[in-house]
Ligand binder design. Structure first.
Ligand code: SF4
Length: 170
């Protein structure tokens, strides 16, 4: 059975009123939705990149701690002073051996494609490249080293990088 015209008309007016009520807030809702999408993207980036790669203050704090506790260096690769000699004495080995044990071939040095995408700027210079240190959580340089260096790197595959991240959710 068809409904009387006044009932349809009443329903239509109700719907228009409803739409009118919604539309004044539509801009605001779209903006909120856009903000929501941005937040999701930021959260995704934060999850896929280690925090120090996105946070300069945290990166600097961790790097300074590694300099202090584990002799990360040399500060200036071109002017190392006694750095290599002192480290060779600490490790009871030769300068040559120390100079061949660098971040660049350390097990914790991550230069996988996914990690390079987390780096906020250029990653290479004349001396080498930047990567992420999974032991001390900062962006370190392939031409430096520290006292916790361990053979087996660098990390070049996304799969291995992800495994390190799963074990170090920072
Ligand atoms: S643990 Fe390895 S990658 Fe990290 S600072 Fe030391 S030598 Fe470099």
């Amino acid at each position: 059975m068809s409904r009387p015209f006044f009932v349809l008309h009443k329903n239509l007016l109700k719907r228009i009123g409803y739409i009118e009520k919604i539309f004044p807030h539509m801009d605001k809702k779209i903006k909120l939705f856009e903000q929501y999408l941005e937040d999701i993207n930021e959260a995704k980036a934060a999850k896929s990149c280690p925090a120090p790669t996105q946070n300069l203050k945290l990166n600097t704090k961790n790097r300074n701690a590694t300099i202090k506790e584990y002799k990360y260096g040399p500060l200036n690769v071109d002017e190392p002073g006694n750095y290599w000699k002192d480290l060779a004495e600490d490790w009871d080995t030769t300068i040559k051996a120390v100079k061949s044990s660098l971040c660049g071939n350390c097990v914790a040095f991550d230069i996988s494609p996914r990690m390079l995408e987390c780096m906020p700027g250029p990653v290479s210079d004349d001396d080498g490249k930047l990567g992420y240190c999974w032991m001390h959580h900062f962006k370190c340089h392939s031409a430096r080293t520290c006292t916790t260096w361990a053979k087996g790197g660098p990390i070049v595959s996304d799969k291995v990088s992800k495994k390190w991240q799963d074990k170090n959710p920072i």
